[in-house]
Design a protein around this ligand. Structure first.
Ligand SMILES: [Zn+2]
Length: 290
C-alpha cells in the first residue's frame, strides 16, 4: 500500500514538473524578442498564429482562422482569431479563450513614457493566458482524461485585444459562436504573476452563480485563494459572452508594475503559480462534468 502511494505521489510530482516545463517553453517562445511584441498585422503576429495552429494540430483539433478588419485611430488593419474545435458529438460546448496579441514596439497602449520604442514582450499579458489555453487544450484532448468526452470544446486565441477587444467582439457576433450551445466560457488574461506570499486568483463574471461559487469556496487552499470581483470583467474579452447571458468567467492574477511596459518579460513569470492555477482549472472542469 505504502509503495503504491509513493509511486502515485512520484507520478503526480512528475506531472507537475512536466506542466511547469511546458509552461516555460510556451511562454519563452511567445514572449521572445523574435516575435517583437505580437502587434496585429506584423510578422510576429503571424508567427504567433502559426505556433497556436501547430500546437492545436498536434492535439488533433479542427482549426479555423477567423480574419477581420478593425479600425483604431482612423487606421484600418487586419487581425485574426484562431479557433480550434474538439467535436465530441455532444450537445453543448465549453469555450476557452485568451488573447495572444500585445503592444509590439510600444504602441498607444504602452505605459512607457521616456523609452516608448522598445519591444513589449507581454509575457504576462498575455503569453501566460495563451499558455493556459494551450495546456488546457492538451489536457482536455489527452487519452487519460476521464471527462473529456462530456462536452465539445472550442479553444480561441483572440487577435487585436489590446487596441479595443476587437477579436472577442468579432467572435461573439460570428455565426460560429451564435450556433453553439455554450455550457460555460472561460477566459484567461494575465495569469502569470501569482503572488508567492498572498496567492490570489481574481475571478470575474458569473461569480454569483451558487453552484460555481460553492466550488471555488471548497477548493481554496494555502496555495490558492480566490477573490470574486465583478470589475475584473469590465476590460476583458469575456464581456461580450457575459452580455449574452452565457455563464462566463475570466481569470487573472492582476495588474503589476510591468503592466503594459517593456519589463513584462518571461523570467518574471511565476511558473509554479501557473501550474497551481492549471491544477485548479483541471479540478474545475472535472467538477462541471455531468
Ligand atoms: Zn494588455
Amino acid at each position: 500500500m505504502y509503495r503504491h502511494t509513493s509511486i502515485f505521489i512520484l507520478f503526480f510530482q512528475l506531472g507537475i514538473v512536466s506542466a511547469q516545463v511546458n509552461f516555460t517553453n510556451i511562454i519563452s517562445y511567445i514572449a521572445a524578442d523574435s516575435l517583437e511584441g505580437r502587434e496585429p498585422a506584423t510578422k510576429g503576429d503571424t508567427l504567433t498564429q502559426n505556433y497556436l495552429i501547430q500546437f492545436f494540430k498536434n492535439q488533433h483539433l479542427t482549426i479555423k482562422k477567423q480574419s477581420f478588419a478593425f479600425t483604431f485611430n482612423q487606421k484600418t488593419d487586419s487581425a485574426t482569431n484562431i479557433l480550434a474545435y474538439c467535436d465530441n458529438q455532444q450537445d453543448s460546448t465549453i469555450v476557452i479563450t485568451a488573447h495572444y496579441d500585445h503592444l509590439g514596439w510600444g504602441n498607444n497602449k504602452s505605459r512607457e513614457i521616456i523609452h516608448k520604442h522598445q519591444i513589449h514582450n507581454g509575457a504576462d499579458d498575455n503569453a501566460s493566458g495563451v499558455a493556459m489555453l494551450l495546456m488546457l487544450a492538451k489536457y482536455l484532448t489527452s487519452d487519460s482524461n476521464q471527462v473529456k468526452a462530456t462536452y465539445n470544446y472550442l479553444f480561441v486565441g483572440y487577435g487585436a485585444h489590446e487596441l479595443g477587444l476587437f477579436g472577442s467582439k468579432y467572435f461573439v457576433e460570428s455565426e460560429i459562436a451564435q450556433k453553439l450551445k455554450i455550457k460555460v466560457a472561460l477566459n484567461f488574461d494575465m495569469v502569470g504573476r501569482l503572488n508567492k506570499t498572498n496567492p490570489i486568483l481574481k475571478i470575474g463574471g458569473t461569480i454569483r452563480d451558487t453552484c460555481y461559487n460553492a466550488f471555488f469556496k471548497k477548493y481554496e487552499n494555502e496555495k490558492l485563494h480566490f477573490r470574486l470581483a465583478d470589475e475584473q470583467l469590465l476590460q476583458s474579452d469575456a464581456t461580450f459572452l457575459y452580455e449574452k447571458k452565457i455563464p462566463t468567467f475570466t481569470f487573472t492574477t492582476g495588474i503589476h508594475e510591468d503592466y503594459h511596459r517593456a519589463g513584462d518579460d518571461s523570467h518574471k513569470i511565476n511558473y509554479e503559480g501557473l501550474t497551481t492555477i492549471f491544477r485548479f482549472m483541471q479540478a474545475f472542469l472535472n467538477a462541471i462534468a455531468p
